[in-house]
Design a protein around this ligand. Structure first.
Ligand code: ATP
Ligand code: MG
Length: 571
């Protein structure tokens, strides 16, 4: 543990020691070289989501990187919606993305942009290419274009429309815009090289005809630019200096450079690729998450079992835990999958000192202290967080009738079971030692009540040193306890068991959600509000659900359990 603490404290060092210079990642080194050579005057980065779903933990990596670079080098950070394909885009997604980016602390100030605002400029850029003889209108069908493209082993063939005159191309392209042709009947293509070893350079399509209503431009356009043409132009218009994207775009970089150079932007942006974040046992990828939502397997985009940003927020994870995790993951050029347990480690570390601890009983069974006076309530004092005295202390009511967790009692315990069983003595956390004297069962043999006696000498904090007990359990006083619903989560999928079934459906872990709808919390949680967090002693960190909590019933989500076998890897 000490080792881990040392490593974490290294992360935030501000001093320019040699060690820190060495730990710079490759993007920081590129940016510093560009600043030193004068190629870059001011660093400008962007996060360019397509509003076709909610953001997930992978996007957080990109946001934190892009924003982090702008912040570190006194530059600027833009949030720009890459809304050039209206088919799956929605205002709902735009709004959720803005909320998520703000919540993560990536402050884009007034630098909020939409690619759709540049449609006219993109159209003019296409005309410029046509005039230079660098783009042509092609009448081949989508399938023919694919056939003509060739394969990795064989060069492609030129389209029969490739040598149309500039005048004809200008006329046809304008007619495309004016809606004179059917959807899919013509496209505009860049004229590059049909025998390029890079398939992306084989006369890629840069505009298509599609009568789709856009969530911002309505029906103004019936032609839409393709990603590989639009994205470099968006970056260039905004003066982006370092366009950071994920590795799958590496093969697109020659086309990115071709577009910004042929359209003629001065100081064109440069694209730099880094590895995506993949996590074990979770589903990332908007496409897959959307399917889970649409199939009703999860309860919306913010179901706490998902790793969307809105789900993490709802569950109670903080932005600082996410940032700590991204620091540990680092930035590299090699795809790899990160153990989900490493993320949980960061969540625990982040909440350890800041959150108060209370007692909660998820599956209650009554414990009657038969030698405690009836009707009497006394108040015991306990620290709110033994690891952080700044959080102070609180008073916990104790009385004759308590609740304890069903799993903390057994009639016939196995070896090494140190909790309550007939004849055994345990410590009630923050209170007294009690000895089980009896239990009552219903007709079916289920235990419905446990009886015990307490030893007044053993009061917690009294300095009692008479004897030791091996088990300590939590409890709540019955008459003052707060009834609540508590939801426990487990991974939605298990990679070892296979993420998908044979029919392609998701192999959902049936225990991914366990609901305790009759939990009891100590009275100190009575006034908890949405997003308040606690450690429930022995059980984990919990957060008040903002969606389902009602006036008369608190609902808690478990953020993370307490146990972890995870150890930070040695660097
Ligand atoms: P998904 O694959 O989940 O559908 P996407 O890449 O299609 O995501 P975009 O909205 O296009 O989603 O992504 C916005 C930015 O986030 C892009 O620059 C993309 O490279 C980056 N990004 C997406 N997924 C990850 C990830 N897992 N790790 C890091 N960055 C990511
Ligand atoms: Mg995408």
């Amino acid at each position: 543990m000490d080792n881990n603490d040392v490593k974490l404290s290294n992360i935030d060092t501000d001093n320019n020691t040699e060690q820190e210079v060495e730990s710079r990642h490759f993007i920081e080194r590129i940016i510093e070289d560009d600043l030193a050579s004068g190629k870059t005057k001011k660093v400008i980065t962007r996060f360019p989501p397509e509003p076709n779903g909610y953001l997930h933990i992978g996007h957080a990596k990109s946001i934190i990187l892009n924003y982090g670079m702008a912040l570190k080098y006194n530059g600027q950070f833009n949030l720009r919606f890459d809304d050039t394909n209206p088919s799956a885009e929605k205002v709902e997604y735009v709004e959720s993305i803005i909320e998520d980016v703000k919540w993560l602390g990536a402050d884009f100030e007034d630098r909020l942009f939409f690619a759709s605002d540049y449609f006219e400029e993109m159209y003019q850029a296409a005309i410029k290419l046509i005039k230079k003889g660098k783009a042509y209108v092609c009448d081949l069908s989508a399938e023919e274009i694919r056939e003509y493209r060739g394969t990795l082993k064989e060069p492609g063939k030129n389209s029969p429309y490739r040598d149309r005159s500039v005048e004809e191309n200008l006329r046809l392209f304008e007619a495309m815009r004016n809606g004179e042709f059917e959807d899919g009947s013509k496209v505009l293509r860049a004229k590059i090289d049909m025998s390029s070893p890079n398939m992306n350079m084989r006369d890629p399509v840069i505009y298509r005809i599609a009568r789709m209503s856009h969530h911002r431009t309505g029906d103004d356009w019936c032609i839409y630019p393709m990603y590989d043409f639009a994205h470099p132009i968006e970056d260039a218009i905004e003066g982006i200096t370092h366009s950071l994207c994920t590795l799958e775009f590496e093969d697109h970089r020659p086309l990115y450079d071709w577009v910004v150079n042929e359209v003629g932007y001065e100081n064109p942006p440069q694209q730099i690729e880094f590895a995506k974040l993949y996590l074990t046992n979770v589903i990332t990828g908007k496409r897959y998450i959307r399917k889970l939502v649409e199939d009703g397997i999860v309860d919306g985009w913010d179901d706490p079992r998902l790793v969307t940003i809105s789900a993490l927020r709802r569950r109670g994870v903080t932005p600082s835990a996410i940032k700590m995790f991204m620091e540990l993951v680092g930035i590299s050029k090699v795809d790899s999958s990160v153990d989900y347990a490493m993320f949980e480690y960061c969540i625990r570390e982040d909440l350890k000192l800041s959150e108060p601890r209370i007692m909660a009983v998820l599956d209650p069974i009554k414990l009657v202290i038969t030698n405690y006076p009836e009707g009497q309530i006394e108040y015991l004092e306990a620290p709110n967080n033994p690891e952080n005295p700044d959080l102070g202390t609180r008073k916990i009511p104790f009385g004759r009738e308590l609740y304890i967790d069903r799993e903390d009692f057994m009639i016939e315990p196995p070896k090494k079971y140190f909790r309550l069983y007939p004849g055994n003595e345990v410590r009630l956390m923050n209170a007294y030692f009690v000895t089980c004297t009896n239990y009552i069962t219903d007709e079916d043999g289920n235990v419905i009540e446990i009886h015990a006696t307490y030893d007044p000498e053993t009061k917690s904090g009294s300095g009692f040193t008479g004897r030791k007990v091996k088990g300590t359990i939590q409890w709540v006083e019955a008459s003052t306890a707060v009834n609540a619903e508590v939801r426990l989560f487990d991974n939605l999928v298990d990679e070892e068991k296979g993420v998908y079934n044979e029919d392609g459906s998701v192999n959902v872990n049936p225990n991914s959600l366990v609901v305790h709808d009759n939990a009891y919390l100590e009275v100190n949680a009575a006034n908890a509000k949405p997003f308040d967090r606690f450690q429930f002693l022995r059980q984990g960190y919990f957060c008040v659900d903002y969606k389902d909590t009602r006036e008369d019933k608190l609902v808690f989500n478990r953020i993370v359990s307490l146990k972890s076998s995870y150890k930070l890897p040695k660097k």
